[in-house]
Design a protein around this ligand. Structure first.
Ligand SMILES: O=C(O)[C@@H](CO)OP(=O)(O)O
Ligand SMILES: [Mg+2]
Length: 429
């Protein structure tokens, strides 16, 4: 298929920061467009996001360089080229950049072009995007892990830990799971209000109340699950992303927003063990920091048979780093974020590698998002069984859930809801 046009411009993300929107048009007139998300608590080994640094425009956060890299270099190299597959297309992008972390053209230039090509191909082949990404007979609809309390770097005022999520898994469909999650979200709002807490939301749509302890967040969520009429642990469980890299001060974990206490890795592991005993927690993401491999190994030894331990900052969706984690028995699951690695093909490669070694895959949005719903299709295409894309009441998050509702309807009997099995069956460690 010949590429007819590649084009980009600067648009805005959900934090009001600039991001890249790109289009790809194929010879047969098929059109695809996509927008790039952006993180706040980023891993050190993520593919590079180019920012202009010109303080007169968006406080240095403009993306005009990345945009012109698409409109000039990428467009010149691709226009008129015959490309037979996503792999071939992404290979051209990777070669054009030529650096290990995509620092020349920017992952925020490569990724939206790569995603736009997937969409253009799906239009050309007249198949839905999830089928374009991975053709299967039956698909698994993911458990929506909804971030109902935001802390850490995603809210200025409150908790040390970044994300407190609910996983409504005892449902017969995605539609039912989302309803259970939203009912709990609204019950939580009522509880916060009654206790005199602020009910404004953080970057990912969860509440950002001024709670005094991290434990209180979990307790309130459990109370809201019950208030909504569900059984904690049986119907709805808890998932956490404390984003521990943000707490790591080089040798210890600093509770930088609450007590100012500094914990050894072993103490933090004991804290997680006591929480898992006390609370119905099924998934812990970034329980240790990315620079604390030793701590990560110990965490995996201590808890890897009991719950899902997801590596986000430590793996950065990078197959080479994941391979190191597999070899050294670090984590039993990987977070998947398209812009951490920078192309659709490499994202699918990482998913495949994880699958081959019994590592689960947790599909994820970024804290800076757009209305682009690519993630929803990727979550279905991968059959990964769960995703996180915020909660409640912010449209850039809900857009993905709404897309999943439509996909489930479209698939009909070819769709099975993932349910609680998603969080079980560890075959390693
Ligand atoms: O840490 C995370 O998992 C993500 C998404 O929730 O946050 P950010 O996009 O800020 O890296
Ligand atoms: Mg994370």
């Amino acid at each position: 298929m010949k590429i007819k046009q590649v084009k980009a411009r600067e648009v805005l993300d959900s934090r009001g920061n600039p991001t890249v929107s790109a289009d790809v048009v194929l010879e047969d007139g098929s059109f695809g467009t996509a927008m790039c998300p952006s993180g706040a608590s980023t891993g050190e080994k993520e593919a590079v996001e180019l920012r202009d640094g010109d303080q007169h425009r968006y406080n240095g956060k403009g993306v005009l360089k990345a945009v012109s890299n698409i409109n000039d270099e990428i467009s010149n190299a691709l226009t008129g080229r015959d490309v037979e597959s996503q792999e071939a297309f992404d290979k051209l992008l990777i070669e054009l950049d030529g650096t290990p972390f995509k620092s020349k053209l920017g992952a925020n230039a490569l990724l939206p072009v790569s995603m736009a090509f997937s969409r253009a191909m799906s239009h050309s082949r007249k198949v839905p995007l999830y089928r374009q990404l991975y053709e299967r007979r039956d698909y698994i609809m993911p458990v929506p892990c909804m971030n109902v309390i935001n802390g850490g770097r995603h809210a200025d005022n409150n908790l040390d830990f970044q994300e407190f999520m609910i996983a409504p898994h005892n449902a017969s469909s995605f539609r039912e799971a989302i309803r259970m999650g939203e009912e709990t979200f609204h019950a939580l709002k009522g509880i916060l209000k009654a206790k005199g807490y602020y009910t404004g939301v953080g970057d990912e749509g969860g509440f950002a109340p001024n709670l005094s302890t991290n434990e209180e967040a979990v307790e309130l969520i459990l109370e809201s699950i019950v208030k909504a009429g569900y059984d904690p642990g049986k119907d709805i469980s808890i998932c956490l992303d404390p984003a521990a890299s943000e707490m790591w001060d080089g040798s210890k974990y600093l509770f930088y927003k609450s007590t100012q206490q500094r914990m050894e890795s072993s103490e933090l592991i004991s804290l997680w063990q006591s929480w898992v005993t006390k609370y119905p927690i099924v998934l812990l993401e970034d329980g240790m920091g990315e620079d604390d491999w030793q701590g990560w190994k110990q965490l995996t030894q201590a808890m890897g048979k009991n719950i899902e331990l997801v590596g986000d900052d430590i793996f950065c969706t990078n197959p080479a780093i994941l391979q190191k984690g597999i070899d050294e028995r670090v984590a039993n699951s990987i977070l998947i974020k398209l812009n951490q690695i920078g192309t659709v093909t490499e994202t699918l490669d990482t998913i495949r590698l994880a699958n081959k070694h019994g590592y689960h895959q947790f599909l994820s949005h970024r804290s800076g998002e757009t209305e682009d719903t690519f993630l929803a299709d990727l979550a279905v295409a991968s059959n990964a069984g769960h995703l996180k894309t915020g909660s409640g009441c912010r449209s850039e998050r809900i857009a993905k859930y709404n897309r999943l509702l439509l996909i489930e309807e479209e698939l009909g009997v070819a769709a099975t809801f993932a349910d609680g099995e998603t969080f079980k069956n560890w075959n390693n460690k």
